[in-house]
Design a binder for this molecule. Sequence first.
Ligand SMILES: Nc1ncnc2c1ncn2[C@@H]1O[C@H](COP(=O)(O)OP(=O)(O)OP(=O)(O)O)[C@@H](O)[C@H]1O
Ligand SMILES: [Mg+2]
Length: 446
Amino acid sequence: MSLNDREVRLVKNMLSEGRKIHEIAKTLNVSPVQVALISSQRDVIKVDRPISSTEKSISIAEDDDTTTKPESKQQRVENRKNIHGDILIGKTNEGEQVIWNPLTAPNPHLMVVGESGFGKTYGITGLICELSRIGLPTIIIDYSRSYEEKNFPNKFRGNFQEVNIGKFGVSLNPLEIRESDVRGPLSVAVRISGTFNRIYNIGVHQEALLREVIVEIYEKRGIYEQSPETWTKDAPHLSHLAAELQAISEDEEDQRQKRAELTFSHISNFFAFNSFNPNGAKFSWLNGINSNKITVLQLNGLDGKPQKVVTEFLLWDIYSYFVSRGPNKLSCFLVLDEAHNLSFKSDTPVDKIVREARKFGLAAILASQQPEDFSGPVFTCTGTKICFQVAEQKGKFIQKIASKCSSKPNEIKDILSTIPKAHVFVLSENKGKVCKFDSHENRGLA
Ligand SMILES: Nc1ncnc2c1ncn2[C@@H]1O[C@H](COP(=O)(O)OP(=O)(O)OP(=O)(O)O)[C@@H](O)[C@H]1O
Ligand SMILES: [Mg+2]
């Protein structure tokens, strides 16, 4: 239930008397999150009369920082130095710090939702720098140059590397057999052909052909499923797969000719970009997680289905790389912003990553404009959720958030649909808090 005008006025009067949020909530029998929201808007909008619905949606100025208690820059930087793994998301209007600690959290994955322009990418950029400060490297898959070097504060640019996959391709090889591939070349063939089918919808027969041809190109290099000692030989490349498919489609004696022709015509635009090739930009996952680097895998220049396939192959590769290292402490964050570009189905790498990767030292930050872009497991498997303003129609997300923090769905809906720009509702360990997302300057980053 929304608060009526009278309740809003009472809350504001009590806030101006300096009374605590929980005390006000108890006295007026309303939810503490509703009081917290009015408290944050009161300072942002600076009115002493009831907030009208139009005023509720007023955004704050980008450099407005009125909700932060005065504290010198030096002090702020010093404070951060003493904290082990604690990353400040922001402060509530009462000055309470809202902390995310990826090193101690039972589940370090982070989910970020919010409408366009409310501060997701800016906020994540700040968190990436904070992760770098506590020695955690980040690998970002960027579709639209949102994470270009110039968007990072100066002092982090030395640690920054961009791998321009969209333009030059990358030296990674999705056909490399990892230790986690228990059936060797067959495991890889199933994964690669499954991804092509899911994204290009080529059909089960073409998927079977692709699987078969992939196994064949391994065999041509002396790599056999039945002989694990051969799995360490140099793996073929995707260009070999393209060549083999083309050869079959031109061979009138091969009974698979027509199917090969059809398959190749479906997926040839992926091969045209040659995104994975030994002459592409040199990059290895080890290079990405070495020291506290910030690595951007730039996909700008690719589009549509080729971009989706490249993303999935990268995600399969990073996941298998971490699994191959065995169980490990947290050693890297993967940022997947603009998650509408991803598939979360049960046989996808994203699903694997959110469910299993943290045991192997890989955690994810997943961000999207619409909560519906995320699957059920993403909601369940992310330990912390950061919500900027969202106007969700169907209400499922609202209900899930509400049930997690024992609030009423309408209260959460009110908060999420009116929370001002750069303010967030943070849900962690079954508690929901409204705070202002700390700016880069405030974090001592700029
Ligand atoms: N906490 C903040 N402090 C200062 N400026 C901010 C803050 N949050 C956002 N901004 C400013 O708002 C602009 C828009 O934010 P941002 O690009 O992060 O939005 P977004 O939610 O990622 O949008 P989209 O979904 O379209 O990608 C940024 O360029 C940044 O300058
Ligand atoms: Mg963005």
